[in-house]
Every structure is written in C-alpha cells, then in structure tokens.
Design a protein around this ligand. Structure first.
Ligand code: SAH
Length: 231
C-alpha cells in the first residue's frame, strides 16, 4: 500500500492539538481561508460532491462543507480522523469521514466526485503519482482536482524546513523531508500523465510573523495546482 507508517504516526501524535489555533497545526488554519477562496472561485463548492484526500483533522473539509458542499474526507491516520469526526459533531458540520486509501476508494467509486482536493499531503506519501492518478480517477469528467505541496529547491529547504521547523518553531521538527518535496513541473507532469489538464498554478506566501498567507506568482516554496478532468 502507498503509505508511510512513520508519517501516519507523526500526524497521529499531533491529532489532539489539530484544532488548536495556536498549536502545531497552526499553519493549516492560517492558510485555510486563502486556499478555500481559491478553490471556491475555480470550482464553486455549493451543492457539489467533494472528496478531500488526506483530510487529517478536517480543517479544509469542514470549511468546504460550510460553503455548502457535500464533503467526504479520507485519510489513513485513525486518530486525526476521529478528531475530525468529533470536531464536526461539535461544530454542527456534516462531513463523512472514512479511513480508506485514495487508491482503494478510486476502485470502489470511480468518477464519483465533482471536486477532489488533496492538500499538503503528497509530500508525505511514498508514491505521489499513485495518489494523483487516484484523484484523477475519483473526479467526474469535467470536474476539478486541487493539489498543494512544497517545492524542492535551496530556498524551500531554507524557508520551509530550516526556517519553519528549526528557527521559528512553526512546525514540529521532522514534519517535512527534503527528498519528498515536489517541484511544480513534477506534479504537473504526473497530473498530465493521469489525464488531467492544468487550470492554474499559483504560489502561496506565508508570513511567519503576521501569520498571514497570500497567493501570488512566486511558486518557490508553497504552491497550489488546479486541474480539470476533460469532459
Ligand atoms: N489536507 C489536510 C491535512 C494535511 S496534513 C490539510 O491541508 O488541512 C497531511 C495529512 O496526510 C495527514 O492527515 C496524514 O495522516 C495524511 N496522510 C499521509 N499519508 C497518507 C496516505 N498515504 N493516505 C492518506 N492520507 C495520508
């Protein structure tokens, strides 16, 4: 199976603090509004069937449900999923969470979703191409698929790993491994190989002091990719 158990353990250990806005998952909360707006602009969410792959504690999944989407969130880490379920209950949001691999769900429910999102997850799996292909299989023809991850270069190493994990303590040490970071060209090649068309590539700047995230043309560190499955 396309999973790294050490990665799941890492996220499992953080599960209890997933929704702590000052905690180790704070960057996910800080980047959530800007990525939600971007997704909702390219693929209006209200009334759509949306799948969130690698949903973790459900920060994006819940936000999309609040926009009126019918959301399913999947992950292979049990603890974050249970936190997600509990949080949805507390916040009165309706999201269906399942512990299932994207590859398995793709075989079970091909072409079932209007929109598929897979954010900050590809850099944690052994074979990101397999996840990308599964996302392409899960979305309906004409539907949209969104990815986000971290670029691989000296600047991203300095900012996303050394800066964020060792200098500013924004993320727990060991969160990201340099060799697993993915260049935009690599991600786009994998997406095209899975039959997807590129809709948008945009960079994300996260200011570690103001904690504000903005989208822009600089894809050197964090970036997002929007694709479409041809109709
Ligand atoms: N997508 C969420 C969480 C990102 S954290 C967000 O952006 O808010 C990365 C998530 O990927 C974790 O929840 C982790 O458990 C999950 N993950 C790692 N490997 C996975 C795999 N092989 N299959 C499914 N989820 C995985």
């Amino acid at each position: 199976m396309n999973v790294d158990q050490a990665e799941l353990r890492k996220f499992g250990d953080l599960a209890a603090r997933w929704w702590d806005p000052q905690g180790p998952m704070r960057p996910l909360h800080d980047i959530n509004p800007v990525r939600l707006e971007w997704i909702d602009r390219l693929a209006p969410l209200a009334g759509r069937h949306v799948l969130d792959v690698g949903c973790g504690g459900g920060v994006l999944a819940e936000a999309m449900a609040r926009r009126g989407a019918v959301v399913t969130g999947i992950d292979l880490a049990g603890k974050p999923l249970r936190v997600a379920q509990l949080h949805a209950l507390e916040s009165g949001t309706s999201v269906q969470y399942r512990e299932i691999a994207a590859e398995v769900l793709a075989a079970e429910q091909p072409s079932a979703f209007d929109v598929v999102t897979c954010m900050e997850m590809l850099e944690h799996v052994p074979d990101p191409g397999s996840v990308i292909a599964s996302c392409a299989a899960l979305v309906k023809p004409g539907g949209a698929v969104f990815f986000s991850t971290i670029n691989r270069n000296l600047k991203s190493f300095a900012l996303a790993i050394v800066g964020a994990e060792y200098v500013l303590n924004l993320l727990p040490r060991g969160t990201h491994e340099y060799a697993k970071l993915i260049r935009p060209s690599e991600l786009i090649t994998l997406a095209r190989g899975a039959g997807l068309e590129l809709l948008d590539l945009v960079g994300m700047q996260y200011n570690p002091f103001s904690k504000v995230a903005t989208l822009g043309p600089d894809t050197d560190v964090n970036y997002l990719v929007a694709c479409r499955r041809p109709a």
